[in-house]
Design a protein around this ligand. Structure first.
Ligand code: GRF
Length: 223
C-alpha cells in the first residue's frame, strides 16, 4: 500500500466536520491520516475533541499577528512542521491570500454548505429559504483565491422542506456534509480525483458512488 497522505485540518469553532474526517481516517485502509488540527481561535471547541483523541493540535491566533501574511507564514510553517501534504478547511473562518492558496494549490480542500457556485459566502440557508430554492446541499472543492470557489470534488443534494427554518435545514445539510467530506478526501488522497484544466477528473471505482441526491422522504439514510 502507498503511504498515507498526511492531513492538516483547519478549524475555527465547533469542528464537527473535522470530527467526521478524523473518524473516517481512523477506519481501515483510509488513504490519509490526521497530522494536525490547527485553529485560528483559541476557544475553538474542536481542539479539545482532537487532543483527547491523540491528534496533535495547534492554536495560531490570528489576532496576535500584525498582518495576514505573518499569520499565514506561521500557519504554513506549522503545517510543514507536522509533515502535512493535504489541507482540509473545516469551518475555517479566515480568508487566505493568493500566496498561501498558491503554495497549497490542488492540495487544499474546503467544504461549503450550498451547491456551489450557488450561494457562496455566509448565511446560505437563510438565502436558500428566502429565494424559495427547493434543492440545496453541500460542496467539497479545491481552494482558489476567490471565496468558496475552485474545482468541485463532490456534492450532495438536500431537499428543502416547506417547514424548514435555517436551523433545521442547516442541521440536515450538516449531516450530508459529514458524509460528503470523508468521501471527497478519500477520492483526493487516493489519487482518484485530480485537477485538470480547472475541473476535477475522476477515476472512480464502481463501488464508490457519489451521494448525489438526498430525497426528503429518505433523509434517515444520512443518519
Ligand atoms: C459547516 O457548515 C461548513 O460547511 C462551513 O462551516 C461549518 C462548520 O461547521 N464551512 P463545523 O465546525 O465543521 O461543525
Amino acid at each position: 500500500m502507498t503511504a498515507k497522505r498526511k492531513v492538516g485540518i483547519l478549524i475555527s469553532g465547533r469542528g464537527s466536520n473535522m470530527q467526521s474526517l478524523a473518524r473516517a481516517m481512523a477506519t481501515p485502509n483510509f488513504p490519509a491520516e490526521p497530522a494536525v488540527v490547527i485553529s485560528n481561535r483559541p476557544e475553538a471547541e474542536g481542539l479539545d475533541w482532537a487532543a483527547e483523541r491523540g491528534i496533535p493540535t495547534v492554536t495560531i491566533d490570528h489576532k496576535a499577528f500584525a498582518t495576514r501574511m505573518a499569520f499565514e507564514a506561521r500557519l504554513h510553517q506549522s503545517l510543514l512542521d507536522h509533515g502535512v501534504d493535504l489541507i482540509c478547511n473545516a469551518g475555517f473562518m479566515r480568508m487566505l491570500t493568493g500566496s498561501f492558496v498558491d503554495r497549497w494549490r490542488d492540495r487544499q480542500l474546503n467544504i461549503h454548505p450550498s451547491l456551489l457556485p450557488a450561494f457562496p459566502g455566509l448565511k446560505t440557508h437563510e438565502r436558500v429559504l428566502q429565494q424559495g430554492i427547493l434543492i440545496t446541499g453541500c460542496t467539497v472543492h479545491f481552494i482558489r483565491t476567490e471565496m468558496d470557489a475552485g474545482p468541485i470534488i463532490a456534492q450532495a443534494a438536500v431537499a428543502v422542506l416547506p417547514s424548514d427554518t435555517p436551523e433545521t435545514l442547516g442541521a440536515r445539510v450538516l449531516k450530508a456534509e459529514h458524509k460528503l467530506y470523508p468521501l471527497a478526501l478519500r477520492l483526493v488522497a487516493s489519487g482518484q480525483a485530480t485537477v485538470e484544466n480547472e475541473t476535477v477528473k475522476f477515476t472512480l471505482e464502481p463501488q464508490e458512488p457519489m451521494p448525489l441526491f438526498v430525497p426528503a422522504s429518505n433523509l434517515t439514510t444520512l443518519g
